[in-house]
Design a protein around this ligand. Sequence first.
Ligand code: SF4
Length: 218
Amino acid sequence: MGSNNYIKIQRQKLANQVISAFNKRHFESYYAQTKEDALSIALSLISKEDKIAWGGSMSIIEIGLLNHIINNGYNVINRDLAVTAEEKAEIYKQSLLCDTYIMGTNAISKTGELVNIDCVGNRVAALLYGPKNVIIVAGINKIVSTFDDAIKRARQYAAPINIQRVAGNNIKETPCFSTGYCSDCFSKDSICSNIVITRLCFPEKRIKVILVNEDLGF
Ligand code: SF4
């Protein structure tokens, strides 16, 4: 058996632990061995009649979910069609009234807490309240040991990469854009306005986490 298989087995055991932790915290959680499995699970949780919106996430792109719902007749609120800042703001507001909101997460502790950082706040707002259901797609790479490690991952690893992704939106006057690491800045362009910890899921099972035994996003 190749080393990749041993890694896969170890990661599956880790995922099982995290899924138990999620269940204790009243999340609905699923294990997916592959990206393809993750896509099937996500689609089984979504009805074509649902109004669907999403937050910026590489993970939902990488499992093919975003492409699938946009191109297969689902009832989507498509943020990518907004041309002006006003249109985008309106779509973000409408997204809070959707049935199912799809997103990734910046970090997961082994003990089952989610950590997410947001600039505008639209993504974490939907996570907190509004949509009837929230589906989170997360690669195994998002898991770290402790709650403190999850904050650290979100702030010092994910955010400095994310700024490279959003820099095309003219958000780039931050130290991390140039240096590649977080300086805990107060820049007006900081993408770290909001740091949200989801300790428990309320109401229970509103948030569904699909944990995938592959690296997804960053
Ligand atoms: S330097 Fe500023 S924008 Fe960059 S990751 Fe740190 S707090 Fe966020």
